[in-house]
Design a binder for this molecule. Structure first.
Ligand code: NIG
Length: 414
């Protein structure tokens, strides 16, 4: 299907000129075109430029959108979510308002393991219905690509059930969905006291099965005190790499145990969280190809410190922002909200925040050669917003400014 979007008031292309990501000061250059036209053919961008320069003959029956009232951006790429789960944890949210911490709640039987209990007893059909509702809402808010982790099953049957759910959603959904295996999300209660046996189960049974059935692109682990040690994560990642998985890691979230250094050692594509990363960790990341992925909602939602995103960008490291949508530490998938928090609490500029939620999010999933920016030859994922200027999207927060969503060249009517 072909589509002409003409007279776009302002086009934020996030052009990267074939580079996989933007680092440091490059993040401020968005390749903005005022009064732009975009031609989409066979689901890909085929012409992009100032409207005054568009002279190509187009078929009479081509669909045309007059975008003179709209600002256009690439679809958001949310590179870190836990979208498949059952139940909810508003009780924990209320406990935190009374001063309990995330760790205290987990020690009292809440936290990840409480969602594991609800998710284990839910059927695949129920999980799909719940997740589909979230995915529809994401798409309406401008997210066109999303990574989804397992990790609320923590036994063979339940982890496989979640991965089946993610893969079936990927088949059926208009969005691009990237599955990640996060069996090492918490120590399940059956293995309390002998976590090494659970690590063995992951390495000897879960990972080989998931690899054989091609159920996940990445393997992730929560490398943290009381969760999985550096040694245990190293064992999981070495096994996963031999089986062909890419590596992602929950690093330096609650404490500093050397997780970001492990990310470099195992060649992870991204190190995510980084609330507690120190200067040595930042300078180590600087000499790697890793995307530093920060999750602004976690600090906002859990009342804890923000990651040093400003320092990370100033060190020249490519930074991505993701929602980390999950029932415990971020019950939101609004990427504009993530950008607003990043700008107000982490000193990012609006331009850096946009780059971090588009091309750099795509790079964190190994997809930046095909999506994440508005460039000729890339997949046509483009969102039109009813705003006067791209910065308005971040400034006027808490409402949905999306006017039209075009995914892979298809205009979606909601
Ligand atoms: O990324 N850190 C581990 N996982 C999630 C929290 C999941 C939960 O609390 O259910 C996170 O914050």
């Amino acid at each position: 299907m072909n589509l002409l979007i003409k007279n776009i008031k302002q086009l934020v292309a996030v052009r990267s000129d074939g580079k996989p990501y933007k680092s440091g000061t490059e993040m401020r250059n968005l390749g903005i075109i005022e009064h732009a036209t975009v031609l989409i053919q066979k689901g890909l961008f085929s012409w992009i430029g100032p409207s005054a320069e568009f002279s190509q003959a187009v078929d009479d029956d081509i669909d045309v959108i007059d975008a003179s009232d709209f600002v256009a951006l690439p679809g958001f790429v949310d590179s870190h979510t836990h979208t498949v789960f059952a139940g909810s944890r508003e009780n924990e949210f209320a406990m935190r308002t009374e001063g309990k911490t995330y760790q205290e709640i987990a020690e009292a039987g809440g936290g990840i393991l409480s969602t594991v209990r609800a998710t284990r007893v839910a059927s695949k059909k129920e999980l799909k219905k719940l997740a589909r509702h979230h995915l529809d809402a994401m798409l309406r808010q401008g997210t066109t690509t999303v990574e989804i982790k397992s990790g609320y099953g923590l036994n063979e049957d339940a982890e496989i059930k979640i991965l089946h759910t993610i893969n079936e959603l990927a088949e059926e959904s208009l969005m691009d969905i990237v599955p990640t295996f996060l069996g090492a999300h918490a120590i399940p209660h059956e293995f309390k006291g002998n976590p090494d046996d659970y690590v063995d189960l992951i390495c000897k049974r879960m990972l080989p099965y998931i690899a054989k059935h091609k159920m996940a692109k990445f393997c992730d682990a929560f490398c943290e005190q009381e969760y999985f040690s550096v040694e245990q994560c190293r064992k999981i990642f070495e096994t996963a790499k031999l089986l062909g998985f890419g590596i992602k890691i929950h690093a330096d979230q609650l404490s500093q145990i050397g997780a970001s250094k492990l990310a470099i050692e195992v060649g992870a594509i991204s190190a995510d969280h980084l609330e507690q990363i120190d200067d040595a960790g930042i300078s180590a990341l600087k000499h790697s190809e890793i995307i530093a992925t920060v999750l602004p909602c976690v600090s906002f939602f859990l009342h804890c410190g923000y990651p040093p995103a400003r320092k990370i960008i100033d060190a020249g490291i490519p930074l991505a922002i993701a929602s980390n949508f999950n029932p415990g530490s971020c019950m939101s998938y609004s990427m504009p909200l993530m950008m607003t928090i990043a700008c107000t609490q982490m000193s990012l500029t609006p331009e850096e925040a946009i780059c971090a939620t588009t091309i750099n999010g795509a790079a964190a999933l190994g997809l930046s050669s095909i999506l994440g920016s508005i460039e000729v030859g890339k997949q046509a994922d483009i969102i039109l917003y009813n705003v006067p200027d791209y910065r308005y999207l971040i400034y006027h927060f808490g409402t949905n400014h999306v006017a039209k969503v075009i995914k892979h060249g298809t205009y979606l009517e909601f």
